[in-house]
Design a protein around this ligand. Structure first.
Ligand SMILES: [Cu+2]
Length: 262
């Protein structure tokens, strides 16, 4: 009877916990996918954790004066039950995680039309936008294929459009992390890795390098500026004439050789 009451209490606490940590609206497809998975796992984990903790506390209090405990009797049906229950939970975790991992936003492939001037793709409609990213010690350079626009430490992209960022490194391994957009991707020299995202909310997001890359690593930040589509097109047009792209005080990397260790 007491155990049942304890179970009921655990369930109630779990329900309160789930309501307390309900998800807020995500800013990008990637963030939404990751948050949905986190909450799916949390919905399963909170009641289970509370159930186990309540039984544990109950056993400690109930048997605190028992100086002569009896050995546990064998109980095959109970053992089979918890083995199957554990297998079901692990299967759920695996399937839920794989569904997110298989998403083209989390594990991106090359955009199908990357050969067409993708920097201008939105000018004619709502096609994907491709930006080339170059990481270097210690900064980020972004260029827009099909235009002469290049930016330093600022990535400008349109909202509600599929964005592909094809990245490579001029020197060592770096990693681009934009926490609020749920985006994180390692960047390697002589290799191209891709970020695929779609941002719902125009605004300014902070990006960081999350792969230790030398003494300037901590300062290797970037800003992701997400503009409404028409504003993005205007920005691209206005900057197409400027040789050095948008505002930047940082020097552009001088290709791999300039940063190679001597
Ligand atoms: Cu770094």
């Amino acid at each position: 009877m007491r155990l049942r009451r304890a179970g009921g209490f655990a369930f109630l606490l779990g329900a309160v916990g789930i309501v307390a940590v309900a998800p807020a609206a995500a800013q990008s497809v990637n963030k939404r996918l990751i948050e949905q998975l986190n909450f799916q796992l949390l919905y399963v984990a909170i009641p289970l954790t509370l159930f186990v903790e309540v039984i544990l506390i109950y056993a400690v209090v109930r048997f605190r004066n028992n100086d002569d405990p009896l050995p546990t009797a064998e109980d095959p049906p109970l053992e089979i039950t918890w083995t199957i229950a554990t297998a079901i939970i692990l299967l759920f975790v695996g399937v839920a995680a794989y569904t997110v991992l298989a998403s083209p936003y989390i594990t991106p492939e090359q955009p199908s039309d990357s050969s067409q001037a993708p920097g201008n793709a939105t000018a004619s409609g709502s096609g994907p936008v491709t930006v080339r990213g170059l990481a270097y010690q210690w900064g980020w350079q972004f260029s827009y294929p099909g235009t002469n626009v290049t930016t330093q430490s600022e990535l400008v992209v349109p909202a509600n459009t599929d964005i592909y960022i094809e990245m490579t490194s001029a020197d060592v391994i770096h990693s681009l992390f934009v926490p609020r957009l749920g985006v994180k991707q390692d960047v390697f020299p002589r290799r191209t890795t891709i970020i695929h995202t779609r941002v719902f909310e125009p605004g300014t997001y902070r990006g960081y390098c999350t792969e230790f890359c030398g003494s300037g690593h901590a300062l290797m930040r970037t800003t992701v500026r997400v503009l409404p589509e028409d504003e993005y097109r205007r920005w691209l047009r206005d900057n197409a004439g400027a040789t050095n792209g948008t505002a930047s005080n940082e020097p552009a990397p001088n290709a791999t050789a300039a940063n190679a260790p001597s």
